[in-house]
Each structure stands twice: as structure tokens, then as C-alpha cells.
Design a protein around this ligand. Structure first.
Ligand code: ZN
Length: 300
């Protein structure tokens, strides 16, 4: 039987085989045979040991389409990053670092701003101007009132999406809305774990039945926040290439490899003055540039 690993805890892998059926599996032979550690998101073959108890063995890990390291997850189609428009205001530094990381991973990003119901038109416009110009899909939602949720759901349908966002922006409320069964499952799992297993925080993938059918499965992967968002493997000199909105203006820079910081005759800075490039994005570029400059060299 085919399925997908939705969760891994203490040597057990929870495999969803479509609809809501989940088998608790071990993967003993896999390590030796294929020398590969199963990841959440892996498509796998399983053999069922006990149908009633819902237990099985993973017999094979199917080839991965891709694999992220932070968070560790396989076969992801896109990332959804969630911030609030206000209360709290978006942390641009964290948002832009996330965008850079996902660009490095080659993953398309949907930027989702919550709390539309308590934000002004101007506040929304500012975010739209900053991020839509960089080629990102920007969706405004109100989890509280339900606005924009349908549009977001259409983007999620049939795909596997990583959902990330800092605390206080309404991520749990959004996940509960998309997957009302989650709260219940977590409770059930806690009972199983209560029998002496370690309850460290884990990442989990949810099967969204309301957005799935026989032909397409929809999963969302809840990442436990932004704890490790330091850009460790990128240099200050490389940073500009992660700002797609700079690209059209770079041929106008006098110097090749212009950092767009202090050089004269810089096409990017000219575009900034003309309002073609978002001030918020550029100011944050400078901050991240300085951070990277001041970082100790990392041996790759
Ligand atoms: Zn320049």
C-alpha cells in the first residue's frame, strides 16, 4: 500500500494512506537496505501488520522530488509564509530572510497577510507594493472573518505546502480552520505518547480532506516557527541576487558586482529614488547586507 509520512516521532512514522487513515509504522530495514533516513513528506510503500491496531512497516521510500534541510521535509511544492498586517506589524527582516531561504531552495512562495479585518487599506497597499513587485503572490486574509480563505485554499489544492509564520499572527487559527481535525488528533497522539515516550516538539504534515479527492491530495506542513533563520550559507556579495526586483536596474550600475550600497551611479539606488523599488525592501536589504558582512566566515 502506498502512503505518505506525515509525522515522525521516536522511531515511529505515521503514514497517511489517503482520506484520514494513518498507520503507525517502523522503518527498520530501510536504514540498512537503502541507507536513507525517512523524512516527513516521503512517499512510501508500507505493509500492514495489524489493520485494526493501525500498525505497519515501511518497506520502501519512493524517490524524492526535493528535500529541505530546515525544516527537514521532502516533496514540497511551495511555501506559504504567514504574517499579520498589523498587531503585530510584519517583521520585514524575518520575512525577507525567509524569502531568501526559499529562493535558495527553489521553492515558490505565497505571502499571506492575516488580520485584514483590523488593517487599513493604506497598510495593505504598502505591503502589496513592496512584495507583489518582487514577483511574489500576495494574499490578504482574515482568519477571524473568513475573508480570502477561499483564494488561499485554491492555491493549496492538490499541493504540498510548507506553512511558516511567527507566533501571534494567527497561524494556529488558520491551520485549525483548514484542518479542524488537527486539535483532536493531537489529543489522541498525546495519549499514546503519555506512555513514556518523549514529547519533544515535532513537525507535522496534515492531510486536508476538504481539498483532496481521488486524483489529488493536499497536504500542509506546519513548521514550528522561525527559530533558525540565520542565513548561514550565503555571502553579502550574493545577497542582491535574491532580490528579483533589483535585476532590471542592475545593468545601469556603473560597476560590475555593484553592492547597491555606497557605489556611485547605482541603477538600483536610482530606481529606489524614483519609487520603482520599495523603500522597505531596500532598507532591509542594507540591514541584511551588513549582518552578512559582519558574520564570521563559514567553511563550507
Ligand atoms: Zn548598484
Amino acid at each position: 500500500m502506498k502512503g505518505r509520512i506525515v509525522k515522525g516521532i521516536a522511531g515511529f512514522y505515521y503514514v497517511n494512506t489517503g482520506s484520514e487513515s494513518v498507520y503507525e509504522c517502523k522503518a527498520k530495514g530501510i536504514f540498512r537496505k537503502d541507507n536513507i533516513k525517512p523524512l516527513v513528506g516521503d512517499d512510501v510503500d508500507i505493509e500492514i501488520i495489524d489493520e485494526e491496531a493501525g500498525t505497519g512497516n515501511i518497506t520502501k521510500i519512493l524517490p524524492r522530488r526535493n528535500e529541505l534541510i530546515r525544516p527537514p521535509v521532502a516533496n514540497v511544492d511551495q511555501a506559504v509564509v504567514l504574517f499579520a498586517i498589523v498587531k503585530p506589524d510584519p517583521n520585514y527582516n524575518v520575512l525577507d530572510k525567509f524569502l531568501i531561504q526559499m529562493r535558495r531552495n527553489g521553492l515558490p512562495v505565497i505571502i499571506c497577510f492575516n488580520k485584514q479585518d483590523i488593517a487599513s487599506k493604506e497598510e495593505q497597499q504598502e505591503l502589496m507594493d513592496a512584495y507583489e513587485k518582487c514577483g511574489y503572490e500576495v494574499i490578504f486574509i482574515s482568519v477571524h472573518e473568513g475573508a480570502g480563505i477561499d483564494r488561499l485554499c485554491e492555491k493549496l489544492r492538490g499541493k504540498t505546502s510548507v506553512v511558516a509564520g511567527p507566533s501571534g499572527v494567527g497561524k494556529s487559527s488558520l491551520l485549525n480552520k483548514l484542518h479542524p481535525e488537527a486539535a483532536m488528533e493531537t489529543g489522541e497522539l498525546s495519549r499514546k505518547i503519555a506512555r513514556g515516550r518523549n514529547t519533544t516538539r515535532h513537525s507535522e504534515m496534515f492531510y486536508i480532506s476538504s481539498l483532496s479527492d481521488e486524483d489529488q491530495s493536499t497536504y500542509i506542513f506546519d513548521t514550528p516557527g522561525f527559530t533558525s533563520l540565520a542565513l548561514k550559507d550565503i555571502t553579502a556579495e550574493e545577497l542582491a541576487q535574491y532580490y528579483p526586483e533589483f535585476e532590471p536596474y542592475e545593468p545601469s550600475c556603473r560597476f560590475r558586482g555593484c553592492s547597491h550600497i555606497a557605489e556611485p551611479d547605482c541603477g538600483v539606488k536610482t530606481a529606489l529614488e524614483a519609487g520603482e523599488i520599495s523603500r522597505v525592501r531596500y532598507d532591509n536589504y542594507k540591514i541584511i547586507y551588513e549582518e552578512l558582512k559582519n558574520m564570521k566566515p563559514v567553511y563550507r
